[in-house]
Design a protein around this ligand. Structure first.
Ligand SMILES: NC(=O)c1ccc[n+]([C@@H]2O[C@H](COP(=O)([O-])OP(=O)(O)OC[C@H]3O[C@@H](n4cnc5c(N)ncnc54)[C@H](O)[C@@H]3O)[C@@H](O)[C@H]2O)c1
Ligand SMILES: O=P(O)(O)OC[C@H](O)CO
Length: 332
């Protein structure tokens, strides 16, 4: 029995489990594939997702999800967003009563358009005060290499946020806290969409002016969207907004940037999905976010263009920080 359980042994789940274990938490990582659990447990490696990284001996792995959850006083979730509901439906009853449940994910559920904390609350029927989310400029491999990094832990309960932040920290990883779950979650979701746009720009071969223009307008766009849904404007200027935009839009480690780059090079949506070996959450979040924006009347020209490129309805070379139909100057 471990004190802390992490579900999902991809690049982020494994890195976060290492981060917790390096901070002194007695941690177990659940991997769907038995061979992945065996490799982590016996060889201290997860070669598929974290090449070159040696995992701490104190971190244990199992493919038995119910054994992983037994006795865990905190549960961290790191599976692709579209898979979360089914996982909780099948195994949520094994989560210990009262244990905080923490989303490490950055997606919106297609169809329901719900954020991950909302899916958790709905499926587990637990008090939102027991739920936390972690977000920020957190490219997994850099953290696994123990490069100094910060994130923000958000919960409507300051106590839950503090309890999680105290565990999720070590010499190279620091957790700040806030109570703006909406802003923190939407920051992580929407930066993926801007990263897709920047990847498209890169794939086309445009330079830094175009990228800086789109990142800056992207920040305005995602802030308007989040605020319209109840977020605090300030959150989007923090680690979960601006911070994550800088990391994700500037790094070839980002899967969303990589997916966008392929689109910019002329690959179709289907080809891009087929070529991605890890999850690029932005691809599944584009439509639900566009639907949410339309419902609240939020103008999102960058998102709209990414959507058109994905649908094959726009030449990637035409992507710009504004819509070509924008004739009248608008306020910055
Ligand atoms: N990788 C990062 O740098 C990073 C950083 C911050 C947040 N995140 C977020 O973390 C979440 C997970 O991303 P990741 O990078 O670990 O993805 P990944 O593609 O590296 O790994 C996904 C993991 O989920 C497992 N999985 C897939 N389908 C599943 C299912 N139906 N049930 C259970 N497990 C399943 C896979 O086997 C794999 O172990 C995403 O929402 C992502 O946005 C990732
Ligand atoms: O690889 P991405 O594009 O999913 O980005 C990973 C993290 O969210 C960066 O903070």
């Amino acid at each position: 029995m471990a004190d802390v359980a992490v579900l999902g042994a991809g690049s982020w789940g494994t890195t976060f489990a290492k981060t917790l274990a390096d901070g002194g938490a007695d941690t177990v990582l659940w991997a769907r594939r038995p061979e992945a659990a065996r490799e982590i447990d016996e060889s201290r490696r997860n070669t598929r997702y974290l090449p070159g990284i040696t995992l701490p001996a104190s971190l244990h792995a199992t493919s038995d999800i119910r054994a992983a959850l037994e006795g865990a006083s905190q549960v961290y979730l790191a599976v692709p967003s579209q898979q979360l509901r089914q996982l909780l439906r099948e195994h949520g009853d094994a989560i210990e009563a009262g244990a905080p449940v923490v989303s490490l994910m950055k997606g919106v559920e297609a169809g329901t358009r719900l954020r991950m904390s909302e899916v958790i609350a709905q499926e587990l029927r637990i008090d939102p005060e027991r739920i936390a989310v972690v977000s920020g400029p957190n490219l997994a491999l850099e953290i696994a290499q123990e490069q100094p990094t910060a994130a923000v832990v958000s919960s409507t309960s300051p106590t839950t946020a503090r309890d999680v932040a105290k565990r999720a920290r070590n010499d190279y990883f620091h957790s700040f806290i806030n109570t703006d779950v909406i802003g923190t979650e939407f920051g992580g979701v929407l930066k993926n969409l801007v990263a897709l746009a920047i990847g498209i720009v890169d794939g086309v071969g445009y330079g830094e002016n175009t990228k800086a223009s789109i990142i800056t307008r992207g920040l305005a766009e995602l802030t308007d969207f989040a605020v319209a849904h109840g977020a605090e404007r300030e959150t989007l200027r923090g680690l979960a907004g601006l911070g994550d935009l800088i990391a994700t839009c500037g790094s070839p480690l980002s899967r969303n940037f990589t997916a966008g780059r392929l689109l910019g090079m002329g690959y179709s949506r289907t080809d891009v999905i087929a070529r991605m070996e890890q999850v690029a959450e932005g691809l599944a979040s584009v439509d639900p976010v566009a639907e949410l924006a339309a419902a609240r009347g939020v103008r999102m020209p960058i998102l709209e263009q990414v959507r058109l490129v994905l649908d094959g309805a726009m030449d990637p070379r035409d992507i710009a920080p504004h819509l070509t139909t924008d004739d009248e100057p608008i306020e910055e």
